[in-house]
Design a protein around this ligand. Structure first.
Ligand code: PLP
Length: 381
């Protein structure tokens, strides 16, 4: 048995999704920009996919732009809104994904913006009172706060953050890569300017995603070229990727309640079993508060000094694929910026387990057992 518990990194492709994609690799190969029948039938499939996504998110198809994934969608939202709307200040948090952080930092270094960071507490929660203070000081900023953190799973109340942004005339971008397909976003109710999705996080193909751009905002493309995506992204579309993305999101919404219950049960089982098997176990983030913790992610903090990569390597030898980082800053090991921001103890090893609808209780038990044996060995040594 080999157990895959790294679903926040990527998820396996759903067979139902693959079947929908296959004809677009063989039979329907026209370029969607071509005006002949071959092109038009593919164009129509792309527009159908756009409509499906828009309906699921309760918005209009014109507000959905296909991209090569989450990173490009985040870059487009941030760079292009700052450029087109003359924004001088950005507000973000130290626990954002590098797709957001590095983009903002590069704009800051280039002198395009001033960057302000919202405080994060030890449990990994963004301080929304501090956001409000920053917004009073720097109204009309671009605010970028992720919905759920990919390393520790903390969920931010983006409804409230968005309302604060609206009150202060700020633009609001939320990196929703980890919640898209795992959480229902209703764009008629959610006060956001930009949110994003990456198909491979919800059993779709890799290398395709989308950006929602609220119609109030007029921005220029990030990738210049042809007039694809209503002039918002040049380049021939990733046709079968787009078809797979829409199908994967459709399935995710269709089965969401069932999968959420199943995955939450796996996560609670793992928490309970780890607490009985490993003395001094702790968790990074706040996974016990299930409504404030993404059900697909569990970040475990172990009372052993083994460095993060060694632990992951040992888990791998024992047939478990997981991911992680540490709070460590010494030597060449830079460690996780998220764990450092929440003051995680660098003396302890951290590992992130992340789950999908395909995981089973047996797999969870196997992972706990393996981890418990590794812990016992370390204690004896
Ligand atoms: C929160 C978050 N944002 C952005 C990304 C980047 O998405 P992609 O791999 O599709 O470029 C990821 C992927 O790990 C993520 O977890």
């Amino acid at each position: 048995m080999r157990v895959y518990l790294d679903n926040a990194a990527t998820t396996p492709l759903d067979k139902e999704v693959l079947e929908t994609m296959l004809p677009f690799m063989t039979e329907f190969y026209g370029n969607p920009s071509s005006i002949h029948t071959h092109g038009r039938e593919v164009r129509s499939a792309i527009e159908k996919s756009r409509k499906t996504i828009a309906q699921l998110l309760n918005t209009s198809p014109a507000e959905i732009v296909f991209t090569s994934g989450g990173t490009e969608a985040d870059n487009t939202a941030i760079r292009c809104s700052i450029e087109a709307l003359g924004i001088k200040h950005a507000i973000s948090s130290p626990i954002e994904h590098h797709a957001v952080l590095h983009t903002l930092e590069s704009l800051h270094k280039a002198g395009r913006i001033q960057l302000h960071m919202v405080e994060v507490d030890k449990k990994g929660y963004i301080n929304l009172n501090h956001l409000e203070e920053l917004l009073k000081q720097y109204p009309k900023s671009l605010v970028s706060l992720m919905h759920a953190n990919n390393e520790i799973g903390n969920v931010t109340d983006i409804q409230l953050a968005g309302e604060l942004c609206r009150q202060h005339g700020a633009l609001f971008h939320s990196d929703t890569v980890q919640t898209m397909g795992h959480f229902r976003h209703d764009l008629q109710k959610l006060p956001v300017d930009f949110i994003v999705g990456a198909a491979h996080k919800f059993h779709g193909p890799k290398g395709v995603g989308f950006l929602y751009i609220n119609a109030q905002n007029r921005i220029q493309p990030f990738i210049h070229g042809g007039s694809q995506e209503r002039n918002m992204r040049g380049g021939t579309e990733n046709v079968y990727g787009i078809i797979g993305l829409a199908k994967a999101l459709e399935i995710a919404y269709r089965d969401m309640d069932e999968h959420q219950q199943h995955i939450q049960r796996l996560k609670s089982r793992m928490i309970a079993k780890l607490q009985t098997e490993i003395e001094g176990i702790a968790f990074n983030g706040d996974p016990i508060q299930s409504d404030k913790s993404l059900y697909t992610v569990l970040n475990v903090s172990l009372p052993i000094a083994e460095v993060g990569e060694m632990l992951l390597f040992n888990l791998d030898i024992n047939k478990i694929s997981a991911s992680g980082g540490s709070a460590c800053t010494s030597g060449s090991e830079i460690g996780s910026h998220v764990l450092r921001s929440i003051d995680a103890n660098p003396e302890r090893a951290s590992v992130r387990f992340s789950f999908s609808k395909f995981n089973t209780e047996q797999e969870i038990d196997f992972a706990v057992q393996t981890l418990a044996e590794m812990y016992k060995k370390e204690k004896v040594a």
